[in-house]
Ligand binder design. Structure first.
Ligand code: DX5
Ligand code: ZN
Length: 223
């Protein structure tokens, strides 16, 4: 598929998570994005492997685990065993990123790398083939409901160029402030996988309408 929609359960009603995941599936979501925060790398604390395990029982959609934690290498087995299909680690938290990506792959999980807004992506040049997705953070990680940082459009374009130069087939994902007014610009810059929390789970007319609104913007953009 050309574009992917990845609802972030950070903004979901956890009391009705099973129902929300079903609605995402029925509305044509492509993956489920699970934000793991440790109160150290980012100020907030959220989920651990137990939530990944619960989601695994509730949906067949791929589980895309975004680790906003220090020393992620200590927890890779736990998230893989819980049912993660993709594990994305922050460049800032991995002094031995090459080894960490090898480790994720060896666990049978697809590796992703993500970058805070101020972190350059140049290191990817030396890791071709070791990552399946590059997540460009379009807010400072830690909280849902923040505004898209417009300077990240240039960073998405720079990443697209770098991936083309090295012949990488990795997908560019964006996360933070993705909604109807920002998604088309991110697409035009080169993003193809769109994480959205507030714009889906906080959409006034419901989850399906939220996903439809994002997809509609993407299809208009391609006309
Ligand atoms: C932010 C998280 C995001 C968050 C996005 O640190 O990584 O996945 O859920 O939320 P929205 O879509 O509300 O900006
Ligand atoms: Zn995220």
């Amino acid at each position: 598929m050309d574009t992917l929609i990845s609802p972030s359960i950070l903004s979901a009603d956890l009391l009705h998570l099973e129902q929300s995941l079903r609605e995402c599936e029925q509305a044509g979501a492509d993956k489920i994005h699970i934000d793991v925060m440790d109160g150290r790398f980012v100020p907030n604390i959220t989920f651990g492997p137990n939530i990944v395990r619960a989601c695994r029982r509730a949906t067949k959609l791929p589980l895309d685990v975004h680790l906003m934690i220090v020393e992620p290498e200590k927890h890779l087995e736990a998230f893989a065993e819980a049912g993660a299909d993709i594990i994305t680690v922050h460049y800032e938290t991995c002094p031995h990123l090459h080894r960490t990506l090898q480790h994720i792959r060896a666990l049978g999980v697809r590796p992703g790398v993500t970058f805070n807004p101020a972190t350059p992506v140049e290191g990817l040049r030396y890791l071709n083939g070791m990552f399946d997705q590059v997540l460009i953070m379009t807010v400072n990680p830690g909280f849902g409901g923040q505004e898209f940082i417009p300077e990240m459009l240039q960073k998405i374009r720079d990443t697209r160029k770098l991936l083309d130069e090295i012949g990488s087939e990795a997908v560019i994902q964006v996360d933070g402030g993705i909604e109807a007014s920002t998604i088309a610009a991110a697409y035009a810059a080169g993003a193809r996988d769109f994480v959205a929390g507030t714009a889906i789970f906080g959409y006034p007319e419901g989850i399906r309408a939220g996903i439809d609104a994002l997809k509609e913007k993407l299809s208009l953009d391609k006309l």
